[in-house]
Ligand binder design. Structure first.
Ligand SMILES: Cc1ncc(COP(=O)(O)O)c(C=O)c1O
Length: 490
């Protein structure tokens, strides 16, 4: 086996990291004299740092490495073969075999008529592209309908008594707003950031892209105890409808939500929620986008969360799991209906990036999907999710663990000060508990998991989809010990 020759000693790496590498979402001041964590290799569900210490990866990279870290050889061969054949060509006006094959494969895996695939380089770009596509869809559709209406027998003529004034209105149709949910994370580029429902992430960059409205997410833990699931669903859907009505339905281009919302802690939908959201979008002719950057490609035990919850979205955004993060590739998947107005005459979706559908990235993603099918990874998640949940539920016995949420291989534990009242921590306690203690202590104990307080404080658990009983037991064991210690410190 060939390995990468180390060019810098561990000490030199540390120094160069401090001097030159700017980490994402990281308080760099903390590394002025502290050690930068440097991960040097991976195998299965484990990572190793520059000091030779092993860690169980309870977060799958960042909710991304579905197949774990052991397929570099096989995927590397596919990448090398593509490098030899065609190291790069663009999807800007041209196609090439790997992008075509990957688009066909993704369309086959995606539910319903989600058949049209537009490649990008990651999740934020996918969300950005989805919003732009939704915006342009309405003007393209208006033109399309106006043309259709001039042909009396056309099935898409909006009405029989169509006149020139109506035609002009259709041609000028424009919608631009997006609706997403509070505390939801959808990426960091300006459009995706504007869709984010996390005030602390938005604030430094305001004013943001107009205009996004935020509705409630499906966090049920802090709802009144006597509220039934049906009442909760109705409450959420009423709010969505009112938000659309208040802002003007004919200004709203897209509703974008994750099948299970990550930020805030794996909020699963209550019964009937997605059917209700779909019905409201249909009623107001708004495009529904399922942001599947995390839930896509197996995390919920189905290829897409949209399939699991029968969401029937018009658009899907995906990235991470598409290549198990072995490549930087993402996509917007659109239904045939969304593409229809773009198939006529000189119209086009006015968007593109040099690297969209990069052949080497596409070859890697294709190999990843082949491995996932061959190793029956999605089936593994579907079969094991009940056991995983049961194992994590053991942690509910701890006084600091208030709630366990999630499904598939995607969970969160909400930490509370008082289980009876569900009281959460003060800002100072969060800082001390999450940042000051839990994150570094888990790492010290050999577990990479995320303590997150973008909403109420939670520990996020999202292991590689190849994790077996041994890894999950180890994860629960370490988490249990660290949480007991955290409670004692409080
Ligand atoms: C739901 C969701 N959408 C979008 C993104 C942005 O993806 P990326 O970090 O690849 O830009 C993320 C990232 O975690 C995400 O979880």
């Amino acid at each position: 086996m060939t390995t990468v020759a180390p060019s810098l000693s561990p000490e030199q790496l540390q120094q160069a990291a401090r001097d030159h590498l700017w980490l994402h979402f990281t308080r760099m001041g903390g590394y002025l004299d502290g050690e930068v964590p440097i991960i040097v290799r991976g195998e299965g569900c484990y990572l190793e740092d520059a000091n030779g210490k092993r860690y169980l990866d309870g977060l799958a990279g960042l909710f991304a490495v579905q197949i774990g870290y052991s397929y570099g050889e096989e995927i590397g061969e596919a990448a090398a073969a593509q490098m030899r054949e065609l190291p790069f060509y663009t999807n800007w006006s041209y196609a090439h075999p790997r992008a075509i094959e990957l688009a066909a494969e993704v369309a086959k895996l995606a539910p319903g008529d989600l058949n049209r695939v537009f490649f990008v380089s990651g999740g934020s770009e996918a969300v950005e592209a989805a919003w732009k596509l939704a915006r342009q869809y309405y003007s393209a559709r208006g033109q399309h309908r106006a043309v259709a209406a001039s042909i009396p027998s056309h099935p898409q003529a909006p009405s029989h008594d169509f006149d020139a004034e109506q035609a002009a209105k259709l041609v000028g149709e424009r919608r631009w707003k997006a609706i997403s949910r509070h505390v939801a994370y959808h990426g960091t580029t300006m459009g995706a950031l504007s869709i984010n429902g996390i005030p602390a992430l938005r604030a430094p960059f305001e004013p943001l892209v107009p205009e996004v409205l935020h509705v409630r997410n499906t966090n049920r833990y802090h709802r009144p105890a006597e509220e039934t699931e049906q009442e909760f669903t109705r409450f959420l859907l009423d709010e969505l409808r009112q938000t659309i009505e208040a802002t003007g339905p004919d200004t709203v281009a897209m509703v974008i939500m994750e099948p299970v919302q990550n930020a805030g802690g794996a909020f699963t939908p209550p019964e009937g929620y997605w059917q209700g959201v779909r019905a409201i979008c249909d009623e107001y002719e708004i495009l529904l986008c399922a942001d599947e950057v995390i839930t896509g490609f197996g995390r919920l035990g189905t290829w897409f969360g949209s399939e699991r919850y029968d969401i029937r979205p018009d658009l899907v955004t995906c990235a991470k799991g598409l290549s198990s993060a072995y490549a930087t590739i993402g996509a917007v998947i659109a239904t045939d209906r969304v593409m229809e107005p773009f198939l006529v005459g000189e119209r086009m979706y006015s968007h593109g990036m040099t690297f969209g559908g990069h052949p080497v990235q596409a070859a890697i993603a294709l190999k990843n999907l082949e491995i996932m099918r061959r190793e029956k990874i999605v089936e593994h998640v579907a079969e094991e999710q009940g056991w995983v949940r049961g194992k994590l539920a053991e942690l509910l016995e701890l006084p600091i663990v208030g709630d366990l949420r999630g499904t598939g291989f995607f969970y969160a534990l909400e930490l509370v000060k008082d289980k009876e009242t569900r009281e959460t921590f003060s800002d100072e306690e969060r800082e001390r508990l999450l940042r000051g203690f839990l994150t570094p202590r888990m790492f010290e104990a050999g577990l990479i998991c995320r303590a997150d307080d973008r909403g109420d404080p939670v520990i996020q658990i999202s292991p590689p989809l190849v994790a077996g009983h041994a890894e999950i037991e180890e994860l629960v064991g370490i988490l249990g010990e660290v949480l007991v210690e955290a409670w004692q410190r409080l």
